[in-house]
Design a binder for this molecule. Structure first.
Ligand code: NOJ
Ligand code: CA
Length: 684
């Protein structure tokens, strides 16, 4: 930490005396309501002003001198009428700076620079004698701010009834958003002006008239309620934080000292820059797990898609997917094709009671599934068996069963787990995104860490960067993923090229790309509808080559090849999935526009892998191979849409070709409508 001079041109020097304290901070000794401290990002482009106006704390944000957030309110309403939105005075301000580079255990990038200027505004409520701090961190790629209530005499346990953080926008930007929901993020994105995005989940992405891209989200969501954003009825284009409530209506139950999650705004000159920003992970605490030797990224498959498309069932019976025999068939294929993991759903007792309280038993196998035998066989073949714990939403029941179930994993040498909360939460009235469940999800991650288990959570709380602190929190759903193509109208071509610029700004996603039989034709006679009326509408809305492109683009440290094994056996395109190592060292966005197209390049050791994808529009994208090493030739193994491919009527045609390339050369990526491309660059 280094002393940072507050830019004090805005201070009224007559009113304030700025002193240096112990070389670490700058404090303002006297205080007055007209104060307007300002802090800038390391590159000087992002600025935050704070003031207390007639007792009301306000902040505003600028990028390159233009307003991003107009003067917006800060504060809370607590239980018993304690109003922490006014009657504040500014006590003093402290400032620090940090510039460090930390190593991520895994991630799209392994080296991350954390460079910010920080200002903490210390406020005091004059009537209630309550102290509240607002801590701002300014990065070149945006800001984070959070509230802190220090230990104090007049505030012990307290309940937040409303957080009144506002985000007043200067113009009616274009935005990409999903409708706020206290229980699900499994939605398609809307593209509208802000004025039509009345109540949204975060992250929400915006584009200004000048082309600046913004993303609003939160970081380090810990023991607090998830935040949605709601447009004010009375103030123009002003979002207010709307926290997900407990069953009794309280938003957050807490006690001082505490701090809230960070409220974040990522800012970039283009869409690609949002993806390259590390702001969310940087605002989280460093790794807390000492021995991380058991945490590694992996490609995996599953006894999974068959249930979604209705050729198999989770429940026991003649079409049960998770039989010993079937699982061993998958293990054989995985071992022979460099697939590191296998999840088996429906392996345990309780699926016939899905939705009921205490339905699932995570220790007792189905009658036709020999867990010990399967686990030993997987071990012998070098495949990681991934445990599956569906809870149906019964978090309360799961907390009772968790430890023995994890102990069983440890005994069997299982180090990865997929959890699921598909259903209303028990205790009834609690929400997937409220404080009760935020606590629960974290408890699972921390307990799993003690047992040496990596977590992939479905129906989760949104990612907020805790993977930095708990690197066994690998990936999660929290998205309208592949499964929806199996039993609904599915996900249109634009969906998967919207996600990298929206949901994925929050963190990795278990979307599960890699379905090759996009028309769901191969086993259509065996399909039984279980979650929709009309199977004829179900299909995957991409070309086959786009599935490979998405395998690269939709980042997940546990990356699933989602199709059933029968569709992979002897399929030439599977070589791409088989060949690549997804333990990435660095990643770059080569081009992209929200909801339109994207091309990414990722490096793993000496190899580079490129993935590209488009929406309904066919296009030719020119990419320059600047990322390759100097003085080396590479073989580019190219998996592309064929000339007459299009996602609607001819999605399965693809071509595989190879050519020699060098750094600086250009390639034209020809993407079909709803298509994509994937390339593996191997040094010669
Ligand atoms: C919903 C999950 O998203 C899916 O992956 C899983 O197969 C089912 N629940 C059953 O657990
Ligand atoms: Ca789901």
């Amino acid at each position: 930490m280094k002393q940072q001079q507050l830019k004090n041109n805005r201070f009224c020097r007559k009113c304030y005396k700025v002193v240096l304290g112990l070389g670490l901070f700058i404090g303002i000794l006297s205080c007055e309501t007209k104060s307007q401290p300002e802090i800038v990002s390391p590159d000087g482009k992002v600025t935050v002003d704070v003031k207390v106006d007639k007792g009301v704390p306000l902040y505003s944000v600028f990028y390159k001198g233009e307003p991003v957030i107009l003067s917006s309110q800060l504060g809370f309403k607590l239980k018993d009428g304690m109003d922490l939105t006014n009657h504040f005075v500014l006590e003093n301000i402290t400032a620090t700076e940090k510039d460090e580079t930390w190593q991520a255990l895994w991630g799209p990038d392994k080296q991350i620079r954390n460079h910010y200027n920080e200002m903490v505004v210390h406020l005091k409520h004059e009537n209630l004698n309550i102290f509240m701090d607002v801590q701002f961190r300014l990065y070149d790629d945006g800001i984070g701010f959070r509230y802190a209530f220090p230990k104090q005499k007049n505030l012990g346990d307290f309940e937040i009834m409303d957080e009144v953080t506002e985000f007043a926008l200067p113009a009616d930007h274009t935005c990409w958003w999903t409708m706020a929901d206290f229980d699900s993020y499994e939605k398609l994105y809307n593209k509208t002006p802000v004025s039509e995005a009345k109540w949204v989940n975060t992250p929400i992405t915006m584009k200004t008239q000048k082309g600046v891209h913004l993303s609003f989200h939160e970081a380090a969501l810990t023991d607090y309620a998830g935040m949605t954003l709601k447009l004010s009825d009375s103030k123009p284009l002003t979002y207010k934080s709307e926290l997900v409530p407990w069953a009794d209506g309280v938003k957050v139950k807490t006690s001082a000292p505490m701090h809230t999650p960070w409220r974040t705004i990522q800012i970039s000159d283009d869409a690609a820059g949002l993806i390259e920003s590390d702001l969310i992970v940087n605002l989280n605490e460093p790794n807390k797990i000492e021995d991380t030797s058991w945490i590694t990224p992996m490609k995996y498959m599953g006894i999974w898609w068959g249930m979604h498309i209705g050729t198999e069932t989770w429940t026991e019976g003649s079409r049960h997917g998770a039989t010993t025999e079937n699982t061993m068939r998958y293990i054989d294929f995985a071992a022979q094709n460099n697939v590191e993991g296998l999840v088996v759903e429906g392996w345990n007792a309780g699926w016939d009671k899905w939705g009921a309280k205490d339905a699932f038993d995570h220790q007792t196998a189905a009658k036709d599934y020999d867990l010990e035998k399967v686990a030993a066989y997987a071990k012998e073949k070098g495949v990681d068996l991934i445990m599956h714990h569906e809870t149906g939403g019964d978090a309360e029941g799961y907390e009772k069963l968790m430890e023995p179930a994890f102990e069983l994993c440890r005994k069997l040498g299982i180090r990865a787990l997929k959890t699921g909360y598909a259903g209303g939460i028990y205790p009834r009235g609690e929400h997937h995104h409220g404080q009760y469940m935020v606590r629960h999800y974290r408890k699972v991650v921390e307990t799993a860490a003690r047992y040496g288990i990596m977590v992939n959570a479905h129906e989760p709380i949104k990612p907020t960067g805790i993977r930095r602190t708990w690197p066994n929190m690998m990936t999660r759903e929290g998205v309208r993923g592949m499964e929806w193509n199996g039993w609904s109208d599915g996900n249109p071509p634009s969906h998967t090229v919207t996600l990298p610029f929206t949901r994925m700004l929050a963190g990795p996603v278990d979307y599960t790309p890699g379905t090759f039989d996009v028309l769901l034709e191969n086993f259509k006679d065996q399909r039984v509808a279980w979650n929709c009326d009309d199977l004829s509408k179900t299909r995957v809305h991409t070309t086959l080559a786009k599935q490979l492109g998405l395998f690269v683009i939709l980042y997940s440290p546990l990356q699933m090849g989602s199709d059933i094994v029968d569709n992979y056996i002897d399929h030439p395109a599977f070589k791409f999935i088989s060949d690549i190592n997804i333990n990435w060292d660095e990643s770059h966005v080569l081009n992209g526009e929200v909801g339109e197209y994207i091309t990414m390049a990722r490096r793993s050791g000496d190899e580079w892998i490129l993935g590209s994808a488009t929406n309904e529009t066919p296009r030719e994208l020119k990419v320059t191979l600047d990322f390759l090493d100097n003085n080396a030739s590479y073989t580019a193994q190219i998996y592309a849409d064929a000339d007459d491919t299009n996602w609607e009527t001819n999605p399965a045609d693809y071509s595989i070709s190879a050519k020699t390339v060098k750094k600086g050369e250009t390639l034209i990526l020809k993407l079909a409508a709803g298509g994509g491309q994937a390339i593996r660059f191997v040094k010669k």
